[in-house]
Design a protein around this ligand. Structure first.
Ligand SMILES: [Zn+2]
Length: 506
C-alpha cells in the first residue's frame, strides 16, 4: 500500500507542459506515478477541480534566521512555497557576520557556514531552505567596512567562499548598492565567482544600479558571469525610478543578448510596483560607510553634501531621486511613532530630506516600503520566459512588504488568472523549475515519477492575496494542500504545525 494519492486534480509538471487530469501517487517521499491506477493508499485526497503543481521555489528569500524563531513560521508554506533560496543581496549570516552586525540590527553568532547550516537544520525550518554565501558578508569578515582590501584579503575571501561551498552553499550572492559590498569592484567579484565556478553553482546579484545606470550594471554582472563561467541570476528584476520607467526592454534585451553570446542568465521578480529595503537606502551609500552615521547626519554640512550627491542621481546616489516622499512608507523605526506613515506625512510642511536624515540618525536600521516601478515594466518583465518568481521577503513579523505573505498567490491570482500575463503552465514553470534548475536543486521544482513529492495544490479560481501595504499580513487564499516530501504540512488550508523542512546542501 502506498502512502498517498492526490485524486482527480489537474497536474502540471512545472516544466511548462499543459495540465492533465490525473491521479498522483506518492510513496516514501517521492512521486511514484502520475496517471494510471495508483492502487490502494493509506490516504486519498480528492483534489478534483484543483491544480496539482510542484511546490513553489522562492528564488529570492531573506528568511535566513526565520527557522530560529521560537514558533514555526508557515508564511511561505501557506503560499505554496516548499523551498526558499536564502542568503541573497550579498548578505548571508555566515561566515562570520559579526563584522557587519550593524546591518542586521541584532547580534549574530560568529558562525562558520557549516555551523550556520547546522543551526538551521537543528532548529527545523518549516519549509526547505538552500542558502547562498554573500559577498558583503565575506568582505565584512575580512575587512569590515573598510573600502580597500589589503594584500591577501581577497584570497582570504575566496578561501572562505570555498569553505561555504564545501559546506553546501548553493551559490554566491552580491548586493552592490549596500556597503561593504558596494566597495567591491568587478575584478573582486570575478575572483569570487571563479570559486563558485569550481563548485558548479551560480552567481546571484542585486545589481549595482537598478535605475538610470541599469544597462551598465547589467553589463558588469554579465561580464562577471562570462569571465568566471558561472550561471547568472539577476535578482528582483526591475526598472527603478520615475525617470527610467518604460525601460523594461533595456533589461530584457541585455539578458537575451547575453544568452545568445553564451552566458546562462536568468532573473527573478516580485509582482509589485513597490520595493522594500532599509530607509537609509534613500541616502547615498557613502553615508552608511561604517562610520558613525548618527554623527555624520548630525552635521548640517554633511547633510547638505549628501543631498547634493543624492539629487545628482546615478550610481552611488541612493534611491532618493528614484522615489517620492509620498511613495516612501516607513515600516519599522525604533522611535515607534514613524512606522506606518509616509515620509511626506512625517515631514509635515517641512523639508522631507531633513526628516529622512533625522529618521536614519535615530535608527539606521529603519525599514521602508518604497514605490519605485511602473506597472507596465512589471508586466513586460513578467511576460519574459527568462524571469522566475522571487519574493524578496522580510521576516514575517510587523509591518513588512505584503510580498512576504503573498508574493506567489498574488502572482497567480492577479497576474495569471485576472490579467492573463502568462498562462497557467508557464506561470507554474516560473514559480518552480525555472528557479530549481538555476540553483541546482535536483529532484525538485518539477512533478513527475522520481521527483521529491514537494507539492502545492491550489484552486485556480480562488488563489490570491488581499494583503496591502497598510495591512500586509493577510492569509493567502486558495492554497489548499502543501506537501514536503510526501508529508502533508498544509491540510485543507491549515498549517499542521510541523517543522518538516530540510536544509538543502548543494
Ligand atoms: Zn536586493
Amino acid at each position: 500500500m502506498i502512502d498517498l494519492v492526490l485524486r482527480g486534480g489537474t497536474v502540471h509538471d512545472g516544466l511548462g507542459s499543459p495540465g492533465v487530469t490525473a491521479d498522483v501517487a506518492i510513496d516514501g517521499g517521492r512521486v511514484v506515478a502520475v496517471g494510471g491506477d495508483p492502487g490502494a493508499a493509506r490516504r486519498v485526497l480528492d483534489v478534483t477541480g484543483l491544480i496539482v503543481a510542484p511546490g513553489f521555489v522562492d528564488a529570492h528569500a531573506h528568511s535566513d534566521l526565520v527557522p530560529l524563531m521560537p514558533e514555526p513560521q508557515p508564511f511561505k508554506l501557506l503560499q505554496g512555497v516548499t523551498t526558499e533560496i536564502n542568503g541573497n543581496c550579498g548578505f548571508s549570516y555566515a561566515p562570520d557576520a559579526t563584522g557587519i552586525e550593524e546591518l542586521t540590527g541584532e547580534p549574530v553568532p560568529d558562525w562558520t557556514f557549516a555551523e550556520y547550516l547546522a543551526a538551521i537544520s537543528q532548529a527545523g525550518p518549516a519549509n526547505h531552505v538552500a542558502t547562498l554565501v554573500g559577498h558583503s558578508t565575506l568582505r565584512g569578515a575580512v575587512a569590515g567596512f573598510r573600502p580597500e582590501l589589503r594584500p591577501g584579503e581577497l584570497a582570504r575571501m575566496c578561501e572562505l567562499a570555498a569553505e561555504a561551498f564545501e559546506a553546501g552553499a548553493c551559490g554566491l550572492s552580491s548586493g552592490l548598492i549596500y556597503p561593504p559590498g558596494s566597495y567591491g569592484d568587478t575584478e573582486e567579484l570575478v575572483e569570487l565567482a571563479r570559486v563558485a565556478h569550481r563548485y558548479g553553482v551560480p552567481y546571484a546579484t542585486h545589481l549595482r544600479d537598478e535605475g538610470s545606470a541599469l544597462g551598465r550594471a547589467l553589463d558588469e554582472a554579465i561580464e562577471i558571469a562570462r569571465r568566471a563561467r558561472v550561471r547568472l541570476q539577476v535578482s528582483h528584476c526591475k526598472v527603478a525610478g520615475r525617470r527610467n520607467h518604460g525601460g523594461a526592454g533595456i533589461l530584457l534585451d541585455k539578458l537575451r543578448e547575453a544568452r545568445v553570446s553564451g552566458v546562462d542568465v536568468r532573473g527573478d521578480q516580485y509582482p509589485y510596483t513597490a520595493g522594500s529595503t532599509v530607509l537609509a537606502a534613500l541616502l547615498p551609500p557613502s553615508a552608511m560607510a561604517g562610520g558613525d552615521v548618527r554623527e555624520l547626519l548630525g552635521s548640517p554640512a554633511e547633510r547638505a553634501r549628501l543631498r547634493a550627491v543624492a539629487e545628482a542621481g546615478g550610481t552611488g546616489a541612493g534611491l532618493w531621486q528614484d522615489s517620492t516622499p509620498a511613495g516612501v512608507l516607513v515600516t519599522s523605526h525604533a522611535g515607534g511613532s514613524a512606522a506606518g506613515r509616509s515620509l511626506a506625512d512625517l515631514a509635515g510642511g517641512g523639508d522631507p530630506w531633513e526628516t529622512l536624515c533625522d529618521l536614519v540618525a535615530a535608527d539606521p536600521a529603519a525599514q521602508m516600503v518604497v514605490e519605485l516601478m511602473a506597472e507596465e515594466d512589471v508586466v513586460e518583465i513578467m511576460g519574459d520566459p527568462l524571469i522566475g518568481i522571487g519574493s524578496d521577503n522580510g521576516p514575517p513579523v510587523g509591518l513588512e512588504h505584503p510580498r512576504t505573505w503573498g508574493c506567489f498567490p498574488r502572482f497567480l491570482g492577479e497576474y495569471v488568472r485576472e490579467r492573463g500575463v502568462v498562462g497557467w503552465p508557464e506561470a507554474i514553470r516560473k514559480a518552480t523549475s525555472a528557479t530549481a534548475d538555476q540553483f541546482g536543486l535536483r529532484g525538485r521544482g518539477w512533478l513527475g515519477v522520481g521527483a521529491y513529492a514537494d507539492v502545492c495544490v491550489f484552486d485556480p479560481a480562488e488563489v490570491g492575496h488581499a494583503g496591502s501595504y497598510a495591512a500586509p499580513d493577510a492569509r493567502p487564499s486558495g492554497v489548499t494542500h502543501v506537501l514536503l516530501e510526501g508529508q502533508v504540512v498544509v491540510d485543507s488550508t491549515e498549517f499542521t504545525g510541523e517543522r518538516r523542512g530540510r536544509v538543502l546542501r548543494a
